[in-house]
Each structure stands twice: as structure tokens, then as C-alpha cells.
Design a protein around this ligand. Structure first.
Ligand code: UDP
Length: 356
């Protein structure tokens, strides 16, 4: 069975690390990886392949720095060429980026079966490019691998159960990665404060809205007076804070370049609180038993909010600081929300045993 996997952005490398490892345990599965090139900096791409021992991509399409239309269009064209050569049984896509949609669309037009890992998630906010990508990808897939009960319910409500699409709850492959790499966490090359807030910001709804971004940084500076904020900054966010002249006071906020996954795990393990607009990091906070404040108005990972592990704080500086002051640190994290770390194995088995 030949599987062509499409990756392009940071969170997809982490998911692919878990699934490729599972594929390697089956001699019947041959995997070819296409890297679309969406994320290309060494610290946004190579570091994950090297540290997490992901097989090197067989194809690098080198598509980046373009608007949504040009990016998705070029990916579609170039992925189609590879698929015509490789003639795989499956195309496997992850999550909700332009690479996800382009891969799924190229495959489905060629009548190649599509598998979507992290299917069924919804923010119900159609202004998010990710929401458009995930809804369309789910619709043209042949098998949907859902990480959570909420994802299963979303698909049911949208009528997916009546479509000729297989739906499987696997648990979350990011949980597999967290479990696998937890013991290999790597410290940073500077001394971290004893107590700190770990923060990441990269989502377009925050970076592309100057008022929201300024308000978030105002909150971070205020919080930083009580407890330092460590912020591995996404290249896009760095560029925008420079353009907007947002001053970062190093006394309150320790700005660092993006780190690899192993250092990220270390940063989470030693943090007091996590603050983020990242999808992946909301769950990783939970995996490593840290409370999380989410700098968004909604989340796809609703179970974390329902159980009190995560609080949606939006971008209003007053509300963010208020929520930080009230954050509950003594939470009982002993609940299984994302499966026991067998999600990638489930993906492999379901592809092997698939019957149309
Ligand atoms: N991550 C990382 N280094 C960083 C920031 C994030 O390794 O400097 C990891 C993070 O731990 C998570 C993934 O990247 O596993 C999340 O990616 P991102 O926040 O870019 O995307 P999202 O999850 O929001 O789609």
C-alpha cells in the first residue's frame, strides 16, 4: 500500500512524526512525503525532521511567501504532478492549512483516496482560513480520523454519517507525539526564570488585527511584571510587531526565536501557565498538566474549556490580566480526552483494512 503524505506547516511535522513512525512498523506500508514548503525556515521546518526523526521529504515543492490563492493554486498544480507519477493508494493530509486542502483536492480530482487526520474540528468561525480548509477537506475525504468526541459530533450534525465517508475516532496523534518525546525534552541554552508564563501568538485573527495584537502585548507586559513571559515568536508575528512598532520590554517579556519540538516540550514542562492562540499548544498544556489561557474567542478543543483546563480570554488586555490573576493551578488532569497514545497506530490499521 502506497501512501503519499502532504505536510507543509509546523504542526503537521509534529503530527507526521507520530504517524510516520507508526507506518514504519508495517512492512506493507510504503510512505512518500511531500513537503509543500509553506514553512521553510530551519527553525520552523528542518529542526522537526532532524530532532523527531521524520523521514526526509521525497519532494520539496518550495511554495511559500504567497497569498492564499496563489499558494493553494501552485500547490494543487505541483502536487497533482507528483501524484500522477507516484500513483499512490492514499493521500494523507493533516489538520487545516492550505497544504491540507491542496493535497486533498489534487487527490480527489484524480480519484485517489484521501485520508484526513484531525478531521471534524470546527471553530464555527468562517473568517478563519483554517475553518474553510477543514470543512472542505473533510467533505472530499474517504476516511476521516477524528481526535475527539466533539469532532465526531460535529460531523454527525453536518450529515457526514449519511455520506459514503468512513469516520473513525482515533484519539489525537499529538498525544502520541507528546508521550513519545516527553522523556527527550531538551533544555534551552539560557537559564529560564524559576516561574514563567509560556506564550505563543501566530494566528491571523490576532496578528492581522493591530488593535488585538497591541492589546495582547499590553496584557503580556502587565503580566510580565508579576511573572516573566517567555515567548518563542513565530516569524510572521515578529515581522508584524516590528511593522507596528510594538516595543518589547525585555524585563517583562523574553522574546526568543521559534524552538524545536524537544525544547518546546521542555518549555511547557517547566512553565507555570501557558497562554496561546495555537491549536496544538492548548492540548500540549493539558498533556503536560498546565493550565492554559487561550488568546482567542473560540476554540476547536472545546473539551478543555468544558473541563476547566483552558479558559478563552480573547484579546482584551483587561480580561486577559484578570483571567491570569484568577488562573486555577490545582487542576486534576487525570482524565482521558485524547486517547491513550494509539492514534497513529489506529490510522495505519484503518488504512490497511479499508474497504470502500
Ligand atoms: N511549537 C514548537 N516550537 C515553537 C512553537 C510551537 O515546536 O516555537 C509546536 C507546538 O508545541 C505544537 C505545534 O508547534 O506542537 C503547534 O504549531 P502552531 O502553533 O504553529 O500551529 P497550530 O497548532 O495552531 O495549528
Amino acid at each position: 500500500m502506497k501512501v503519499v503524505t502532504i505536510v507543509g506547516a509546523r504542526p503537521q511535522f509534529i503530527k507526521a512524526a507520530a504517524v510516520s513512525r507508526a507506518f514504519q512498523s508495517f512492512t506493507e506500508i510504503e510512505e512518500k512525503i511531500i513537503h509543500t514548503g509553506q514553512h521553510f525556515d530551519a527553525n520552523m521546518s528542518d529542526v522537526f525532521f532532524d530532532e523527531m526523526k521524520i523521514p526526509k521529504p521525497h519532494y520539496n515543492l518550495n511554495i511559500n511567501g504567497l497569498g492564499h490563492g496563489a499558494m493553494t493554486g501552485q500547490m494543487l498544480e505541483k502536487i497533482e504532478k507528483v501524484l500522477l507519477d507516484e500513483k499512490p493508494d492514499w493521500v494523507l493530509v493533516y489538520g487545516d492549512t492550505n497544504s491540507t486542502l491542496a493535497g486533498a483536492l489534487a487527490a480527489s480530482k484524480l480519484h485517489i483516496k484521501v485520508a484526513h487526520v484531525e478531521a471534524g474540528l470546527r471553530s464555527f468561525n468562517m473568517a478563519m482560513p483554517e475553518e474553510i480548509n477543514r470543512i472542505l477537506t473533510d467533505r472530499i475525504s474517504n476516511i476521516l480520523f477524528c481526535p475527539t468526541d466533539a469532532a465526531m459530533q460535529n460531523l454527525e450534525k453536518e450529515g457526514f454519517n449519511k455520506m459514503p465517508i468512513q469516520i473513525v475516532k482515533t484519539g489525537d496523534v499529538m498525544q502520541d507525539a507528546a508521550l513519545f518525546y516527553a522523556s527527550t525534552a531538551r533544555s534551552l541554552d539560557f537559564e529560564l526564570p524559576k516561574k514563567y508564563v509560556l506564550c505563543t501568538i501566530h494566528r491571523a485573527e490576532n496578528t492581522d488585527d493591530p488593535a488585538r495584537l497591541k492589546s495582547i502585548f499590553e496584557a503580556l507586559h502587565r503580566i510580565g511584571k508579576k511573572e516573566k513571559v517567555v515567548l518563542p515568536i513565530h516569524p510572521r508575528t515578529r515581522k508584524i510587531i516590528q511593522q507596528l512598532n510594538i516595543n518589547i520590554d525585555g524585563e517583562q517579556i523574553i522574546l526568543i526565536d521559534p524552538v524545536g519540538y524537544l525544547q518546546m516540550v521542555y518549555l511547557i514542562q517547566h512553565a507555570d501557565v501557558v497562554m496561546t492562540d495555537s491549536g496544538g499548544l492548548q492540548k500540549e498544556a493539558f498533556f503536560f498538566k498546565k493550565p492554559c489561557l487561550t488568546l482567542r474567542d473560540e476554540t476547536e478543543w472545546v473539551e478543555l474549556v468544558q473541563h476547566g483546563f483552558n479558559t478563552l480570554v480573547g484579546a482584551d488586555s483587561e480580561l486577559i490580566v484578570e483571567a491570569f490573576d484568577k488562573v486555577e493551578r490545582n487542576l486534576n488532569f487525570e482524565i482521558d480526552l485524547y486517547g491513550g497514545g494509539q492514534a497513529a497506530q489506529e490510522v495505519a490499521l484503518n488504512l490497511l483494512n479499508f474497504e470502500a
